[in-house]
Ligand binder design. Structure first.
Ligand SMILES: [Zn+2]
Length: 93
């Protein structure tokens, strides 16, 4: 049995287009990961099975309302990471 949190895919799909609106936000791997994690923790998980039959469900899941919610959470996460970037910390360890 393989389960996947489809919300993760949706968030990663939107991440770069939302980040593009914040030219002053760092876009390194660490910051992008932090943004994705912060946004995902504020969004309800959407579990799907990863077999082919779930494609229809994937399309259903992507409602306009959800998409706005994701963009909102990503924008909030970007504001947080922009003010407190953690990329420097890990490099020193
Ligand atoms: Zn960074």
């Amino acid at each position: 049995m393989e389960l996947k949190n489809y919300m993760e895919t949706l968030v990663l799909e939107q991440l770069d287009s939302v980040l593009a609106k914040y030219p002053d936000c760092c876009k390194c791997e660490r910051c992008r990961q932090d943004i994705a994690i912060l946004a995902l923790n504020n969004l309800p998980p959407k579990y799907i099975s990863s077999n082919k039959g779930s494609l229809f469900m994937k399309l259903q899941t992507m409602s306009m309302e959800k998409s706005i919610q994701i963009v909102e959470q990503l924008a909030k996460a970007i504001e947080i990471v922009k003010k407190n970037p953690r990329h420097g910390e890990s490099e020193r360890v």
